[in-house]
Write a protein that binds this ligand. Structure first.
Ligand code: 9MR
Length: 403
């Protein structure tokens, strides 16, 4: 006779499955549904991973014991990973010159993904943030009136010294993209080629006032995509941004991507970060996806999390740099239930738009390692236990409308 198994259920009540045994007795067996399996016919479900997870070492406020649990959860639940930080310019290419690269952590990320048969996303090649000063430095004086980047907030380390020429900066960009994309060719399948280049707010400027824009001009985005396409013609090249739940910012994205398509720029997917709060409803996400789908490109939800911090419940129009600090003041009341409701709503929208939505990436494995951990924004708590939001997400598929 079959042995009766009765595990404690680590993955919530939805894990219950009734098994009928040969002797006619019924018992309850644990069958742990996972995100990657439950949604396998809809989209990939992934997570950003930090260096500790990629390398199997203590760090990021986690002892080795916890890191090992984070690794187990990552392998269990997700079939796609993104490097949370280690492919950013500042980390992978801190110094000028051919020996200015530091590939070790990024190599560990890629090895981790390849050895666990995960779909790999590279994040990110060109960004206004986390880029070392040497990239922009040269002998041309900066415009006297701005002394740097208009709109840049003090204290955020924006380079204000003498600048490279357009050609110098393009050459540095080309070298960086060719080297990084070339190294991981065939293994990293998707690249965030340009990150967060769209301006916030209601102004008419589409592009953010970055040093990339000021030194190269508005074609810096097109050039970046061309270099990346040359470096790996098979890679899916993504434009990635946040706040696209906001109709004003979304319209800027649509205008920008349409113009790229008209010019033949090889942009192949739209990345919507989706760092949202609990007021983002099914309707909001449905409208955002409906609008973005008119571009005819696959949509990837690239950095999903839902802030439940009391101070983080505001609109989607502001700079994400400010959003980072909005995790104070404790959690909203009934945070777990509101988080579950919000996740269920947006997953209904993702499923409705499954023809367009191909990848959903959570921005972190659990609340303890999240960039906005005080906002408890993910499906697993700091002990890697599933929260009510996990069951709510899995439950969406069994609702009558979502068969
Ligand atoms: O989660 C990332 C955090 O660990 C870093 O300190 C921060 C700065 O590099 O970047 C965070 O990730 C950001 C991502 O790269 C781009 N979109 C916004 C994310 C949250 O700030």
């Amino acid at each position: 006779m079959m042995k009766t198994q009765f595990h404690a259920l680590p993955f919530g009540a939805i894990a219950l499955a009734v098994a009928l045994f040969a002797d006619g007795a019924t018992t309850v067996a644990a069958e742990n549904p996972t995100l990657k399996d439950v949604f396998k016919d809809h989209f990939m479900v992934g997570t950003a991973i930090n260096r500790s997870i990629a390398t199997g070492s203590a760090g990021f406020r986690r002892s080795l014991e916890f890191v090992e649990k984070d690794i187990a959860l990552t392998k269990d639940q997700f079939n796609q990973i993104t490097a949370e930080n280690d492919m950013k310019w500042q980390l992978i290419h801190p110094r000028e010159g051919a020996d200015g690269y530091d590939f070790k952590p990024a190599d560990a990320f890629v090895d981790f993904g390849v050895s666990n048969q995960m779909y790999l996303v590279g994040h990110t090649l060109v960004w206004h943030s986390q880029t070392p000063n040497w990239v922009f430095a040269g002998t041309n004086p900066p415009p006297a009136s701005v002394g740097g980047v208009p709109g840049a907030r003090p204290g955020r380390g924006v380079y204000t010294g003498p600048r490279a020429s357009r050609d110098e900066l393009l050459e540095r960009m080309r070298d960086h993209i060719h080297t990084v994309v070339g190294r991981y060719k065939g293994r990293v399948k998707v690249w965030d080629v340009v990150n967060e280049a769209i301006a916030d707010g209601a102004g008419t400027n589409i592009l953010r006032e970055s040093l990339w824009l000021q030194i190269i001009g508005p074609d810096f985005i097109a050039r970046a995509f061309e270099y990346a396409h040359k470096a790996d013609p098979d890679a899916i090249l993504r434009y990635n941004d946040y706040g696209l739940e906001n109709p004003v910012k979304r319209q800027k994205l649509i205008t920008l991507i349409r113009s790229f398509k008209e010019q033949g720029v090889p942009v192949m997917a739209v990345g919507s970060q989706a760092h949202i709060n609990v007021s983002t409803s099914f309707e909001t996400m449905d409208q955002a996806l409906t609008d973005m789908a008119t571009l005819g490109l696959p949509i990837h939800i690239t950095e999903l999390d839902i802030n439940t911090a009391a101070s983080g419940q505001r609109g989607t129009g502001a700079d994400i740099g400010a959003n980072a600090s909005l995790t104070e003041g404790g959690l909203i009341s009934d945070a777990d239930r509101k988080l579950a409701d919000a996740y269920a709503g947006i997953f209904r929208a993702f499923i409705k738009h499954r023809d367009a939505v191909k990848v959903i990436t959570f921005w972190g494995v659990n609340d303890a390692v999240s960039w906005r951990r005080s906002g408890s924004p993910l499906l697993f708590d700091g002990n890697n236990q599933p929260k009510p939001a996990f069951d709510a997400v899995l439950g969406v598929l069994t609702e009558p409308d979502f068969k």
